[in-house]
Design a protein. Structure first.
Length: 340
């Protein structure tokens, strides 16, 4: 008989599953504000109609807003789950063709325990994979899958839902088929490692790239093509026990990210997980453009945030048909080799 050791108690499992479910309620998703300061935390209760979680980074997590209230408490009062980016960035993987891994495991358990005590409900850790003529390599896929699994296990031991983010970058001229095949490979390595580390899948969320052609691919594809490739890749690799898939926006324009998410939700076929957003750039470019760092622009920037949040909330239900007015809706958000 194989022997299994206890990984989590039933109460720990229940807590993690319920946080994950709260984040992926129908029509809601995550604002990834772990890259930009404050992203103008909005006081308008309407924001929580479409946003269920916000990812902060260490400094903002412990900061207070102008009224003296901490960002974390502000979010909780709005019914939004505060999240925290816990990785310490992308570093080179020696012996590969410019591939990388992500560091930050040292001291992670202690940091997670502290974030939990201060009100965090979930965490995120981003790994980056690159499409090349001979890549991503086995070395990069196995290393990134393992580091994601160790991170996920440490988070769960400390009561935080891990968002597992293996991002296949859009850099390159590869077509949609190639992006789909690589995404399938990367996700299958990822779930093998999560299973090997006993990660409780019901208490996790996946944050993958949508399957899109390379940024400099000469062929063009419709939102329906992207939806088909993305849903196919997920069906083949993501266990049904995972409660939700919260896509990153990966340099798509705000409008493309919303239209593609809506098409993904409309796409027929088996989709046992919630399919929603955890956008950084695609929820912030209009906001940051309108704000321009000036106090007098804060209310118009907040309107931009509400508009994009509403568009993506609809997209998460498959009912966004386009047309929400935003000042940077069709601007490209592509950043080459986005390795932040
Ligand atoms: O691709 P996007 O939607 O802009 O950002 C996705 C994301 O995971 O990547 C960024 C860099 O780590 C984070 O700020 C953000 O959470």
């Amino acid at each position: 008989m194989p022997e299994f050791y206890q990984y989590l108690s039933a109460a720990q499992e229940q807590e993690l599953a319920s946080i994950a479910q709260q984040i992926v309620q129908p029509g809601k998703g995550i604002l990834a504000a772990d890259e930009s300061t404050g992203t103008i935390v909005c006081n308008d209760r309407k924001i929580s109609d479409h946003i269920s979680g916000v990812i902060l980074y260490h400094e903002t997590f412990f900061q207070k807003a102008d009224d003296g209230q901490s960002f974390v408490n502000k979010l909780k009062n709005l019914g939004i789950v505060p999240g925290i980016k816990v990785d310490k960035g992308v570093v080179p993987l020696a012996g590969t063709d410019d591939e990388c891994t992500t560091q930050g495991l040292d001291g992670l358990a202690e940091r997670c325990a502290e974030y939990k005590k201060e009100g965090a409900g979930f965490a995120k850790w981003r790994c980056v994979l690159k499409i090349k003529s001979h890549g991503p390599s086995h070395q990069a896929m196995i290393e990134n899958a393992n580091v994601l699994a160790r991170y996920a296990s440490i988070c769960q031991q400390n009561g935080l839902v891990p968002i597992v983010e293996p991002e296949v970058l859009p850099d390159g001229d590869h077509d949609l088929e190639t992006a789909r095949q690589v995404t399938e490979q990367v996700l299958s390595y990822t779930y093998k490692a999560l299973m090997e580390h006993h990660v409780y899948l019901e208490g996790t969320l996946l944050k993958p790239n949508m399957v899109t052609a390379g940024q400099s691919c000469t062929k063009s594809y419709t939102a329906k093509d992207v939806a088909k490739a993305t849903v196919t890749a997920l069906q083949r690799t993501v266990p049904a026990a995972v409660p939700g898939v919260t896509f990153l926006s990966g340099g798509q324009s705000e409008e493309d990210a919303s239209l593609n998410l809506s098409a993904i939700n409309q796409f027929p076929g088996k989709k046992p997980w919630a399919l929603t957003f955890s956008y950084g750039r695609a929820l912030q470019s209009s906001v940051l453009k309108a704000w321009a760092g000036k106090k007098e622009n804060i209310s118009s920037a907040q309107v931009e945030l509400l508009n994009r949040a509403e568009a993506n909330g609809k997209a998460a239900l498959g009912t966004y048909g386009g047309g929400v007015k935003s000042s940077a809706a069709s601007d490209s958000n592509f950043v080459a080799q986005h390795a932040y």
